[in-house]
Write a protein that binds this ligand. Structure first.
Ligand SMILES: Cc1cc2nc3c(=O)[nH]c(=O)nc-3n(C[C@H](O)[C@H](O)[C@H](O)COP(=O)(O)OP(=O)(O)OC[C@H]3O[C@@H](n4cnc5c(N)ncnc54)[C@H](O)[C@@H]3O)c2cc1C
Length: 469
């Protein structure tokens, strides 16, 4: 079996490794010179910056990254971030989301002494743990055939979790008496970075998983370069052919054509590109078939990013700053591990800052408006950041917009971060990993279950289970 995986983001890398474990002859094709896609990196002087994703999660043995590592019999070097994230609310409250449940509760009790938190957060953790069990059983979701529905119905978690799919996170917050504006600001901050939408838009099943996510946060040693170097080594050790700087231009169900006109034949093709990118890769009748199920996303986010070196040694690596400013609701700061000299010289740190933006604002404007908008956001975030963290010296300040992400990751319109699973959304409309072409599959953060590195690895594992049947 010859398998070609197109796109070496997290989903493509995991799919290539899993295909190789199925004893297939695998070629992993990447357009860029580095692996990683939205979880890639770049260098400026002595600094190595994470381009998009900065955190890692899901490394416990029963979680997707943990399972993949067990299959590879090897793990990347990571640093435990505890607190996972520090939250700075717009009214000055500061909360450390610690790994330990009681420590986290004490933070909430200190800042919100009049509210009762424990029952709500116990519920969140219980649902989160059960949901990972359910995901492992939903290899064929969204279902294509009736027998897949029957298989899913055998999963005991389904019955206890289903009610939380039809209740919004917001409703549960009210039910537990936590409907305080500052509390909602905190929850919405967590939800936006992990589920790409806020409490009233997200079913509690997804909301609970997203709210539990900062509990387990890791920083890869060497940043995303460290993680991607590890994955590339694992690919090469597994006999996978890795083609970098090789954009795929055309695909038929048995052939992949690169930009340099090189033709590669395949028995199976796994596409790790956003689903709205897929159509342009096909032609003729296959394009017609593929187009029947692919539409542009109704809503997805773009990212505005800032990269800079700072003279500092912050130990709390991940922090979310809430501004409630009309242009920037909140921004997420990731500091490199102070001792990690592969990322910054002694006494310095490499910093990536990101915030959610609407993509349309960046594509539908003249060049001077684009530049002015970029500078305005850069100044707004940078000034707040420097003042808040008392930064005196900076180097290599650079900004990225949805246009930058489109250019470097090939993601059409600069949509990043996966698609929100919104309350009331029809679960049957979600893109799964099968396509209407029997030997073409898809993975990645626009495919169920999506969302971050942990989600794309979960998706690749689900496809693997399905292909093994
Ligand atoms: C600013 C930002 C911060 C984030 N923070 C986090 C975080 O802290 N933790 C986390 O887990 N997630 C985070 N995410 C989300 C996470 O990065 C993504 O969800 C995940 O990396 C997506 O992986 P993917 O494999 O689906 O797609 P991508 O990473 O987009 O990979 C697709 C790959 O395909 C390649 N490609 C595209 N077209 C072609 C072609 N025609 N031929 C060959 N190759 C092609 C691209 O170059 C790219 O490498 C963040 C995202 C952003 C943008």
């Amino acid at each position: 079996m010859k398998t070609i995986v197109v796109g070496a983001g997290g989903g493509g890398i995991a799919s290539a490794l899993l295909s190789s474990l199925r004893n297939e002859e695998v070629t992993l094709i990447e357009a860029h010179e580095n692996l990683g896609g939205c979880a890639s990196w770049f260098k400026r002087g002595a600094f190595c910056f994470d381009a998009g994703a900065t955190t890692l999660s899901g490394l416990a043995p029963h979680e997707p990254m943990g399972k993949l590592c067990a299959l590879m019999k090897d793990s990347p070097l990571v640093h435990i971030a505890d607190p996972g994230i520090v939250f700075h609310l717009s009214n000055g409250k500061k909360l450390h989301y610690y790994k330990d449940f009681d420590r986290w509760m004490k933070e909430l009790e200190r800042e919100f002494p009049d509210l009762k938190h424990r029952a709500f957060w116990k519920k969140i953790y219980a649902i989160n743990d059960k949901a990972w069990g359910l995901l492992a059983n939903l290899n064929s979701f969204p279902f294509q055939e009736i027998h897949q529905v029957w298989e899913a119905l055998k999963a005991p978690e389904l019955y206890s979790l289903y009610p939380y799919l039809v209740i919004s996170t917001d409703m549960m917050v009210k039910f537990y008496g936590l409907n305080h504006p500052d509390y909602l600001e905190l929850l919405n901050g967590i939800l936006l970075i992990s589920a790409q939408a806020e409490a009233e838009e997200i079913p509690f099943l997804i909301g609970a998983m997203a709210l539990a996510y900062p509990r387990e946060t890791y920083a890869p040693v060497g940043g995303m370069k460290g993680l991607m170097d590890f994955f590339e080594r694992k690919c090469l050790e597994s006999g996978i052919t890795v083609l970098k700087k090789s954009p795929v231009q055309k695909i038929s169900s048995t052939q992949v054509v690169l930009k340099n006109n090189q033709e590669l034949s395949a028995d199976r093709i796994i596409l790790n590109v956003p689903y709205w990118n897929i159509s342009s890769l096909f032609s003729g009748q296959e394009k017609v078939v593929i187009d029947q199920e692919l539409k542009d996303p109704k809503h997805a986010w773009g990212a505005f990013t800032l990269y800079l070196g700072i003279k500092a040694e912050f130990k709390e690596l991940y922090q979310q700053i809430h501004l409630n400013h009309p242009l920037v609701k909140n921004y997420f700061v990731s500091f490199s591990i102070p001792e990690d000299l592969s990322r910054a010289p002694t006494g310095w740190q490499a910093v990536t800052i990101s915030t959610h933006v609407e993509v349309g604002d960046w594509f539908e404007c003249e060049k001077d408006v684009y530049q002015a908008r970029k500078q305005e956001l850069l100044d707004l975030i940078l000034n707040d950041f420097k003042q808040r963290f008392s930064i005196s010296e900076t180097k290599f300040v650079t900004a990225g917009t949805p246009k930058t992400f489109e250019r470097y990751t090939g993601r059409k319109s600069g949509y990043v971060g996966g698609l929100p699973f919104l309350f009331g959304m029809n679960p049957w409309k979600i893109q799964g990993h099968t396509t209407k072409l029997s030997n073409v599959f898809r993975v990645g953060d626009t495919t169920f279950p999506g969302q971050g590195l942990v989600g794309v690895v979960a998706g690749a594992m689900a496809l693997d289970q399905n292909l093994k049947k």
